[in-house]
Design a binder for this molecule. Structure first.
Ligand SMILES: CC(C)(COP(=O)(O)OP(=O)(O)OC[C@H]1O[C@@H](n2cnc3c(N)ncnc32)[C@H](O)[C@@H]1OP(=O)(O)O)[C@@H](O)C(=O)NCCC(=O)NCCS
Length: 123
């Protein structure tokens, strides 16, 4: 497995009022990780136009090391689609170290010009 685009520790401030990890925080990490991948081919400004097929497979807990792995799925005329897979690494006293997939989704980014309209991606 390649290096993650983003690696961060889940903090208490990232939880919702019930104490569970706030899904929107995970999605924002995925959006940033997807943008890191998209910037490898898009040299204009980028905006996120769509987020597809997000699935939260397993919970994330405070203290988990959250890692976002990215893969370029499609390079279109003005947009790129990046698959983001999120794993956590967790220290568990009884079970030992654990690494498991928690979330996945596809992020579509569009290259835009100064007028905020889509512009072709120049290889
Ligand atoms: C992104 C934006 C400039 C696109 O404008 P648009 O008029 O829809 O542009 P187009 O129809 O020409 O589509 C541009 C590209 O986006 C893709 N696209 C547009 N809507 C899409 C969708 N819902 N899902 C997947 N791809 C989409 C198109 O397929 C096209 O890709 P391609 O050129 O590689 O084939 C405009 O929708 C926008 O400004 N949205 C707000 C973006 C933003 O603020 N994001 C942050 C969210 S908080």
């Amino acid at each position: 497995m390649d290096h993650p685009a983003i690696k961060v520790i889940a903090m208490p401030s990232d939880t919702n009022p019930d104490g569970n990890m706030f899904g929107g925080w995970i999605v924002s990490m995925m959006d940033l990780a997807g943008a890191v991948e998209a910037r490898k081919v898009v040299h204009n400004n980028l905006v996120t136009v769509a987020i597809d097929n997000i699935v939260f497979h397993n919970p994330v807990f405070v203290g988990d090391c959250v890692e976002c792995y990215t893969k370029m799925e499609r390079i279109g005329r003005t947009s790129v689609t990046v698959k983001v897979d999120v794993f956590v690494q967790r220290k568990d006293r009884s079970k030992g170290d654990l690494k498991e997939k928690v979330t996945e989704g596809s992020f579509v980014f569009v290259a835009i010009g100064a007028d905020r309209r889509p512009v072709p991606i120049v290889p």
